[in-house]
Design a protein around this ligand. Structure first.
Ligand SMILES: C[S@@+](CC[C@H](N)C(=O)[O-])C[C@H]1O[C@@H](n2cnc3c(N)ncnc32)[C@H](O)[C@@H]1O
Length: 267
């Protein structure tokens, strides 16, 4: 494995980071007291918020299993990859497609450091430290070009990521920037905070206040980000409803209705 690139974000133990707060919600140890403090604020608004991180991580596994299995994809561009945890993209993909090529992109320096350690033995996987809001720069990165063949279908993953882009950061343009670079048969995999009601709006306020990011968009706003691509069944749905591997209650809990996910195919 290789890793390279400069990062625009320095490790600051006094300032919460998205990846470390997410790690804390998942019960990981790669976070600082300042991140745990944000979690406490979020829990004060939404007591089971940790479960939302777990639901997101679960659909990531199911989605990659679909992409590597049924869709047969052998290349993965995982944008906003996060700190390594259980069932990382390369592990799931390579269990079904041995030798699958995986590029992790994140702008948090801790992700680069931990990814480097995890991937020492993996020749087909790289971690690139870059700001994903600039698709042209990411796509031109030598490690990306060396690892991904842009003549062959690619799984473009923006899982738990697009809601961290503010409206004025043009999330639709970011999606298109990557999808325009990949051929027909490529897939887009997203999960996104959604505005499912009053509780979602209160949670959004809390994210904005304590982390500075976390847009809860409506279904229509989210569908607008992935317009032009063919939704794979069951479409854009709440996380537990996307190709579940266990029984899903008819009436979902508030937490289960805070995020949606979808996979779509480029025609
Ligand atoms: C909530 S985590 C999601 C991690 C993983 N995709 C998952 O769903 O389990 C979002 C990740 O996006 C990264 N991120 C946020 N803004 C970014 C940017 N502009 N460029 C690159 N990475 C970014 C954060 O550092 C964090 O690791």
């Amino acid at each position: 494995m290789t890793s390279s690139g400069s990062t625009s974000v320095e490790i600051d133990p006094n300032k919460p980071s998205i990846s470390r707060v997410y790690d804390a919600l998942l019960g990981g140890k790669d976070n600082y007291p300042v991140d745990e403090k944000v979690c406490e604020h979020l829990r004060a608004t939404m007591p089971n918020i940790d479960d939302l991180a777990k639901l997101n991580r679960e659909i990531l596994g199911r989605g990659v299993r679909y992409l590597a299995g049924e869709a047969g994809l052998k290349q993965y561009l995982d944008l906003g990859a996060g700190l390594p945890t259980m069932e990382n993209t390369h592990q799931v993909a390579q269990s079904l497609q041995p030798g699958a090529h995986v590029v992790y992109v994140d702008n948090d320096p801790l992700v680069l450091a931990h990814g480097r350690a995890l991937l020492k033995q993996n020749d087909h996987t790289v971690v690139v430290s870059a700001d994903l809001r600039h698709p042209d720069k990411v796509l031109a990165h030598p490690d990306v070009r060396r690892t991904i063949d842009f003549e062959q279908p690619v799984a473009v993953m923006l899982v738990g990521m697009l809601h961290h882009l503010h409206d004025d950061e043009d999330p639709a343009g970011v999606v298109d920037g990557y999808m325009n670079a990949v051929p027909s048969g490529s897939h887009l995999f997203i999960t996104h905070f959604c505005d499912s009601g009053e509780e979602a709006r209160r949670t959004e306020k809390s994210f904005m206040e304590f982390l500075g990011t976390g847009r809860f968009r409506t279904d229509d706003e989210i569908l607008d980000l992935i317009r032009g691509y063919d939704l794979v069944e069951p479409g854009l749905v709440y996380l537990p409803q996307w190709r579940p591997t266990r029984i899903v209650r008819d009436k979902l809990t508030v937490i289960e209705r805070l995020m949606v996910g979808a996979i779509a195919r480029k025609p």
